[in-house]
Design a binder for this molecule. Sequence first.
Ligand SMILES: *[C@@H]1O[C@H](CO)[C@@H](O)[C@H](O)[C@H]1NC(C)=O
Ligand SMILES: *[C@@H]1O[C@H](CO)[C@@H](O)[C@H](O)[C@H]1NC(C)=O
Ligand SMILES: *[C@@H]1O[C@H](CO)[C@@H](O)[C@H](O)[C@H]1NC(C)=O
Ligand SMILES: *[C@@H]1O[C@H](CO)[C@@H](O)[C@H](O)[C@H]1NC(C)=O
Length: 549
Amino acid sequence: MYVLRNILLLLTFLGVIAQIACYIVEPGPTVRATKGAVWPKPQRQISSDSFYIVRPQAFEFRVVAENCDLLQNSLQRYLDIINGSTVSQPISKNLVQKRHYYKPWRADKNFMGYLDTLDVLLTDPCKDIDLPTHEMKEQYILNITSEGTGTVLSASTIWGILRGLETFSQLLHATDEKALQINCTTIFDFPRFSHRGLLIDTSRHFIPMIKLFKTIDAMAYNKLNVFHWHITDDQSFPYQSLKYPELSEMGAYTSWYIYTPSDVQKIIRYAAARGIRVVVEFDTPGHTRSWGEAFPDLLTPCYANGVPNGQYGPMDPTKESTYSFLQKFFEEVVKVFSDQYLHLGADEVGYECWESNPDIKEYMEQHGLTSYRQLEDLFVQKLLDIVHNLKAKTIIWEEAFTNGLQLRNDTVVQVWKDWSIGGWKWTTYRATRAGLQVLLSACWYLDHLSNGGDWQKYYDCEPTDFGGSEQQKELMKGGEACMWAEVVNENNIESRVWPRASATAEKLWSAKDAETKQEAAKRLEEHTCRMNKRGIQAQPPNSAGYCIL
Ligand SMILES: *[C@@H]1O[C@H](CO)[C@@H](O)[C@H](O)[C@H]1NC(C)=O
Ligand SMILES: *[C@@H]1O[C@H](CO)[C@@H](O)[C@H](O)[C@H]1NC(C)=O
Ligand SMILES: *[C@@H]1O[C@H](CO)[C@@H](O)[C@H](O)[C@H]1NC(C)=O
Ligand SMILES: *[C@@H]1O[C@H](CO)[C@@H](O)[C@H](O)[C@H]1NC(C)=O
C-alpha cells in the first residue's frame, strides 16, 4: 500500500514537471516551415546551396519541343501562380521572422544570377484537348543547373509536364517582397501508385461548382489524379440526367442544387486540363432512396404487419424493369463521363426491407435463392454485366467481394472498412490473392476527426503493409481520401480536406518510407501556406504558426 502510494506520488510529481516543461514556449511557430520544399516529396532530388532569383514579371517558359493548347494553357496557369507567389507583406522586420527566416540575397556568395526562362521539353505529341487515363505516365525530370544552361523540364507526356510544372512552382519561394528564390536542383520524379484519388460526396450536402473547381485546383497542387465523384446517395440526387430529368427534378434538394450536363462537362474538362480523371459513382442497390422520389418502382416497398408501410429499401432486384432502367441510365452515364472506369458502389445494403416484403420472398422461393446475400449478388452481377457490355470497367466497394461474388478479374475493389475482422489488411490480402486490383481508403476517411493537427494518422498508413506476395502487392493500385459530406458543405469543405488529404497524397506519390513525420511536418507547414497563398482555405496542419501572404 505504502509503496503504491509513493509510486502514485512520484507519478503525480513527474506529471507536474512535464506540465511545467510544456509551458516553456519559444516565440515563433511550433513547427518551422521549410523553404522551397516539394509536397509530395519527389522520388529523387539533389539540391545545392547555389540559387537563382526569379523575377515573375521577367520570367517565361520556352517550349522547345512538342506544343499544343493544353500545354500553352498550363504554362499560362503556372505563370499566374508564380506571379502570385511573391509576398505583399514586408517580411524582414518582425523579430521572429528576422531571427529564423530571411537573409538579403544579393550579397550571398551562392547567388548565381537571374533565372528568366525554363525550357519545357515534351517529347510525345500532345492534343489540344485530351483526357488523362488510368494508364497515363506522369514521370518528369526537372533540372535547374548551376551553369545557367540546360535548365529544363522534360517529360514524355503532357501529364508528366503538368506534374513537373507543379514541382517547379513549389521550388520557388519568396525571399523578399518582389523576388523568388530557387536553388539549383535536379529532380527525377514519378508516382509510386497510379491511382491517387479524392472522393467528394455531393449528395449529403450539395457542393457548388466553384468549390469543386477549387478542390480540383488543390488536388493538382498535391499531384492527386482521380476525382471520385460520389454524386448521388439516399439524401439527394443532384445529377441532371438527359434521359431521366425527373430524377433530379424530384430527387435534388432544390432546383438550384443540381449539376447540369454543361456543369458536368465543365468539371471533366477543368480536371483534365490538370491531369485529373473524373470517376463518377452512382451507388446502387443501396444508398438509392433519392432515386425513388421520381421512380418509386425502382425501389423495394417495405412492409409492416403484412402491408406496405410507406417506406422504401434498396433497389428491387426481382423486377426486370429495374434492370432495363439501369441499362438506359448507364448508357447515358458511360457517354457523359468519358473515363474508362465507373464506380458502381454496392456498399452497405441493408436486408430488413427485402425481408419484410412478401413479393421478394416469393421470388426467392421460385428462383431457389436461400439468402438475401444471394439476392444482393444477383443484382450486383446483373449490373456488372450491363456496365461491362457498355465497355466500361468497374470499381466497387469491398462488400461485393467480401460477400463472395465472382468478380471479373479487371474489377477494382475499393477497401474501406477498418473494423471488419482482420481490418483492411486482411480484406486487401484476400482480394489481391484472388487476383483483383485494390484501392485503399480505410485509412483515409477525412470525416473521422481527431484532436489537433490530425494528418499524422493518415501519414502512418502504408498501403502495401498487408502481407501477401510481391505479385499481390502489384495489385495495390493506390487509394483515395474520402470526404463524406454529412457535416461538410461549401463553408468547411476546403479546410476539412486540406491539408489532411495532402498526407494521403504524399503516401501515394512518394517512395515508401520516404520521410519521417517530423520532416514531413515542416514541409506540410510550408505547403499549407502555399495552398493558402493560392486561395485554398487549408487549415493549419500542426500547431501554432503563421503564413506570410
Ligand atoms: C538553398 O540555398 C540556401 C542558400 O544558399 C541554403 O541555405 C539552403 O539550405 C538551400 N536549400 C536546399 C534545400 O538545398
Ligand atoms: C502579377 O501580380 C501583380 C500583383 O502581385 C499584379 O499587379 C500583376 O498584374 C500580375 N501580373 C500578371 C502578368 O499577372
Ligand atoms: C542536369 O544538368 C547537369 C548539368 O548540365 C547535367 O550534368 C545532368 O546530367 C543533368 N541531369 C539530368 C537528369 O538531366
Ligand atoms: C484477366 O484475365 C485475362 C484472361 O485470362 C488476362 O489476359 C488479363 O491479363 C487478366 N487481367 C488482370 C487485370 O488480371
